[in-house]
Design a protein around this ligand. Structure first.
Ligand code: ADP
Length: 202
């Protein structure tokens, strides 16, 4: 959805925020279809690099398999490339990015170069025990190694608490953060996300 206001193109840029297993990927798919956005999932991009056996993919795998965050410089470079290759997008949905304050600052700069900015940050809120259950279940079907071991899962939560959760404050300070209950029917959660997005579009 691209709006033309006073000769300036307004992009709809969403961040889907939340801990591992909160449902970011599931909701992203539905949001992309409804709002015609370009999807950036850093987890998917890193796994694609790993599957292709690139140097970046091999480097990232060392971190992913331990449940640690991949270094900022690697992830930021990857997102920058993606955005440059999708310059005609009506807007982006960021899924799993940013995950640290330096990533959020870099994203602000990148969007500024597109004469744009983050429209809203939607935080899916789910408690930890439910997340562990979901991830272990996902691990049985997805084949993702980082979803199969409870220690790795707990490590990812630790990383989330220490490095990612501060972003809720970062975006609250910009009046962009909205928390959404992430437990319940997928379609009800989706409706709630859409209400917040539509409020921004008005
Ligand atoms: P989940 O949200 O279930 O953890 P992702 O697919 O988003 O799944 O991420 C999987 C792994 O990829 C993370 O645990 C981390 O190692 C790496 N990763 C993904 N996105 C980032 C990012 N923005 N910064 C650093 N590491 C990342």
């Amino acid at each position: 959805m691209k709006l033309l206001i006073c000769d300036t193109l307004i992009m709809l840029n969403l961040i889907l925020f939340g801990p591992p297993g909160a449902g970011k990927g599931t909701q992203s798919e539905k949001l992309i279809a409804k709002y015609n956005l370009s999807h950036i999932s850093t987890g998917d991009l890193l796994r694609a690099e790993r599957a292709a056996g690139t140097e970046l993919g091999n480097l990232a795998n060392d971190y992913i398999s331990k449940g640690e965050l991949v270094p900022d410089s690697v992830v930021i470079g990857m997102v920058k490339n993606f955005m440059l290759n999708h310059g005609d997008a009506a807007g982006f949905i960021f899924d799993g990015f940013p995950r640290t304050i330096p990533q959020a600052e870099a994203l602000d700069t990148m969007l500024h170069d597109f004469s744009s900015s983050i429209s809203v940050v939607l935080g899916l809120e789910v408690e930890e025990d439910e997340l562990v259950k979901r991830l272990l279940l996902r691990g049985q079907s997805s084949g993702r190694v980082d979803d199969q071991d409870e220690n790795t899962i707990r490590n990812r939560f630790q990383e989330y608490q220490n490095k990612t959760l501060p972003l809720a404050g970062f975006y609250s300070n910009q009046n962009k953060y909205v928390g959404v209950q992430g437990i319940g029917e997928i379609d009800l959660i989706f409706n709630s996300l859409c209400q917040h997005i539509d409020a921004v579009l008005q």
